[in-house]
Write a protein that binds this ligand. Structure first.
Ligand code: 2P0
Length: 319
């Protein structure tokens, strides 16, 4: 059996919307940070028949099935038993599908000695969930098209700019509309969708430059813009996608107040009600203490930047 671990990533320039056709290709480029402190652990072992357990529950998942069918065809693999655990809420806007598919592909690669490169693991992960392509890499990652192909790459190593992340959890329940369904709804119904696609390339370039120059102010500005633009797109979809709750808005106000008082911090929010505060190095403790008292926040989780998906050395065993 092989066991892999992977962390979720948080997009600073968001992906939302797919190209038509197969391969799960995004319509827009994205920039993310991989976050330590939240972990998916996935164990894969050859078996008599395919099976999947998530957090101890037997599950059927069409995306997992489709990805594994494709890998079985490509590499002539036997059936597998998959057991995966998240040490954080699943499907609640904390990118469990990103860490989940990155860990799954890494575990399959390890179990069957496929010898895939990180780029190849990333491409397979993307077929499961596009954001998962970024969790193969640690630190800062991009998912963008070059020469007509979409690939994720590491933009900057985690130690080169050790930002910190505080996650204000405002609800632990799964989101009402999945990201895949939500982004298709936005593509087909929002009058803002074309503008979203057109304007994201410039955000991507700005964010890449800000990361290269360790320019926290510039990264803050473009990340909050991308986040609010994404949620404007969601709100303008029909029926509207509203992932926030009252505590989400209070937490935004809390982060804004902290920044006005001089703390280098910005917020970002994905397809769920959790608020992720990204802090300059050394600022996480103070931000966590304040966000924990923001009205409606259930708890806060803290982490630094994490490593990419990898085999957990001490759990790998060959029979
Ligand atoms: C992101 N999100 O860039 C954006 C921001 C949520 C909001 O990628 O359909 O689970 O499996 O490719 O990757 C969530 O969507 O969607 C996502 P699929 P995915 O992180």
């Amino acid at each position: 059996m092989a066991t892999a671990i992977a962390h979720p990533n948080i997009a600073l320039v968001k992906y939302w919307g797919k190209q038509s056709g197969s391969g799960n290709l995004p319509a827009t480029p994205s920039v993310s940070i991989t976050v330590a402190g939240l972990t998916t652990t996935t164990r894969v072992v050859a078996a008599d028949r395919d099976s999947l357990r998530i957090d101890g529950q037997v599950r059927r998942d069409s995306k997992v099935n489709a990805l594994f069918d494709a890998m079985q065809d490509a590499f002539e693999l036997p059936p597998i038993s998959i057991e995966t655990r998240n040490d954080f809420p699943t499907g609640a806007g904390l990118a469990s599908s990103a860490s989940g598919f990155a860990a799954l592909v890494t575990a399959i690669d390890g179990e069957f000695d496929l010898g895939l490169t990180p780029q190849e693991r990333s491409a397979w992960s993307r077929r499961g969930s596009a954001s998962a392509a970024r969790s193969i890499f640690g630190g800062f990652a991009t998912l963008a098209s070059g020469d007509g192909t979409w690939t994720a790459t590491e933009l900057l190593a985690k130690d080169a700019w050790p930002l910190e992340v505080v996650i204000a959890v405002t609800a632990e329940t799964p989101k009402p509309v999945s990201s895949s369904e939500g982004m298709e709804r936005s593509r087909t119904t929002s009058p803002f969708y074309d503008a979203w696609c057109r304007s994201t390339e410039a955000d991507f370039e700005t964010a890449c430059r800000a990361v290269a120059e360790r320019d926290f102010g510039s990264l803050s500005e473009v990340a909050e813009h991308s986040c609010l633009k994404l949620h404007a797109l969601m709100l303008s979809s029909r029926p509207a996608l509203l992932y926030w709750n009252q505590a989400t808005i209070k937490a935004i106000e809390t982060v804004r107040r902290l920044r006005e008082a001089g703390t280098p911090v910005f917020y970002t929010i994905d397809a769920g009600p959790q608020v992720k505060a990204v802090c300059a190095p050394g600022q996480g403790g103070g931000v966590a203490a304040v966000l924990a008292r923001s009205p409606g926040v259930l708890r806060v989780a803290r982490g630094g930047l994490g490593d990419g998906a990898r085999i957990a050395d001490d759990t790998r065993r060959r029979d």
